[in-house]
Design a protein around this ligand. Sequence first.
Ligand code: UFG
Length: 350
Amino acid sequence: MILRRFIKKYKNTINQSKDKLKIIIKEFNMILVVGGAGYIGSHLNKEISKKGYKTVVFDNLSYGHEEFVKWGTFVQGDLGNIQDIRSVFEKYPIEAVMHFAAFTYVGESVEDPQKYYLNNVKNTLNLLQVMLEKNVKQFIFSSTCATYGNPVEIPITENHPQNPINPYGRGKLMVEQFLNDYNKAYRLEYASLRYFNAAGADPDGEIGESHNPETHLIPLILDVAAGKRDDVKIFGTDYNTPDGTCIRDYIHVTDLADAHILALKYLERGGKSDFFNLGNGNGFSVKEVIETAREITCKNIKAVETERRPGDPPILVGSSLKAREVLKWKPKYDDLSKIIETAWNWHKRL
Ligand code: UFG
């Protein structure tokens, strides 16, 4: 009775102390952002740092940009070298890992599958091995809609069959399967996030999309707008879609970053390990993307119609209902113009 009265009287103080304790724990613990110098990883690093988390970015800079690591601590290291991974866990109080480091060129994965399996699969096993050794049990994984292969129904939900059609997608699916096994055997808790087409740039213009070589549609279009390329090729105009060009679900990179933070919070509050699609749920054709970019940039972007690119499914549009319901994710950039505008604001300064 006395205890209950005490709790009632000091409820607010107790709750405030709990919040303070959480902040103190956050101060000491760090999030390891593997591949945090890359496109999506660097945007996550910015957003999660804004929320008060401390980060350690681990990247071998094979594709990443050191100048994108403007938040947290940077450690240059390679997932292929298990000692590099061990030393980062020994030096910093890591409480959770977000893993963005991967090769992402679908065509290249067909030509050189070993390169993809060694980096995207074997090196991920190295990372998981050290996590288990060091008893770090929260993992957010960058997966992809490429694990589904050719869709049999649109929109694609998480229950859609997974029949990847290239080594890139197969490697990502293998890791998803390992995660499931590791969860059961070692209680490693994970959220595997299946991205649709990541696009756009940090709205403050501090970081953006820069690949070498560049193969992605929006940066290529913006190169033409900026006068750095003569034209953009439209890969195929004879698909079974309203204007004959491929349809994709473009999702803003900052919205992707937000989903990672929500997934981490979900695991922190004991949420069950799971897979989540991250897309806008709207599809835009290649021609629509080019037309929108013309409106945003006020440039006459020259487009040349060419053959299909092998391995491109005609339509990829995801349902992200599960992420919205379970993670309470609400993408802010649900409009293609807004996505392209942020990309252009960054791109035109390069
Ligand atoms: N496209 C063109 N011309 C170009 C480049 C692309 O017409 O110069 C078309 C493609 O054929 C495709 C669409 O634009 O229909 C988007 O192509 P991107 O290369 O920008 O993106 P992808 O859909 O091929 O790739 C994305 C991710 C991959 C992921 C894949 C899953 O970048 O990491 O989705 O299918 F694996």
